[in-house]
Design a protein around this ligand. Sequence first.
Ligand code: IPM
Ligand code: MN
Length: 350
Amino acid sequence: SQAFSLAVIPGDGIGPEVIAEAVKVLRAAVAGGAAGFELAEHKLGAEHWLATGETLPDETLARLRAHNAILFGAVGAAPGDARIPSGLIEREMLLKLRFSLDHYVNLRPAKLFQGVPSPLASPGEVDFVVVREGTEGPYVGNGGALREGTPHEIATEVSINTAHGVERVVRGAFRRARARRRKLTLVHKHTVLVHAGHLWRRTVEAVGQEFPDVAVDYLHIDAATIFMVTDPARFDVIVTDNLFGDIITDLAAAVTGGIGLAASGNINMDRTAPSMFEPVHGPAPDIAGQQKAAPTAAILSVALMLDHLGLAEAAARVQEAVEKDIAGRGTAARATAEIGDAIASLLAVG
Ligand code: IPM
Ligand code: MN
């Protein structure tokens, strides 16, 4: 059986609780001997920064690189915690990881499972994935403020879109579409964001030549938010930039039952560094330590990880166990560990 070394970053708030269940389910999924996982826990996040002043030191980053994959909980300060500079942990730790490890495909599936109430009256069969670019766009911190604090202040955030960066994520999205229902929707706003928009459009057109079997569609971001609510079943694979992708994946999560079910993979498709799998939700400090958080998003992220590591069969079993658990018990409140136990025992049965 294959041996994998897995870095685990539980992080802050509910991170450790949901990650404990994700690890439990991972163990159950590979108990049959399909693969062995050696886990190494890394302490990072807001609490760690308060204790040590470290966000993501170079040595830690180097150690993380040596693993086959990273399982990540959630990080960040409680809102209004004045001890922690706003956005510090997000930028210097989470985004630094995504950028340094070249996680250019931020994969975020949105599937409405049986038994999950959608806020939509008749959502139809919702099953799509968003391929959000993960290393560029307005997230790179390219900007500044002139005459800061004066009435004449000028603040800029310049979105970076490189031909290399756009092409690789678009190709990744086409590949996903080919493996699914063969429909790709580019979401952007090229009528206004002319320069980046045209690069994205040209790239989709060019790469699309290699995928004549995939139907290509285009939506402006504002129209996409309408369709996500009025007809989410129309989507198969959406490809979009880092910021638009951030926004529509929260909307996609809301439409498919909430952020407690939304999984993600930060994937380096070239495998030059480990990919990282994390629930889309944050640390939710208001409910931390109370066994109130659903670990489902973290567990579904384990399924994405197994799939990425070539363990498609184990991935499918985790996914099925989650779907079975939800179909059987719905989304009524249960303790975090109770949900993890239920899913792990479904895996044990077969
Ligand atoms: C997410 C989060 C992050 C993002 C934040 C915490 C920086 O919202 O994973 O979607 O914007 O990417
Ligand atoms: Mn987000």
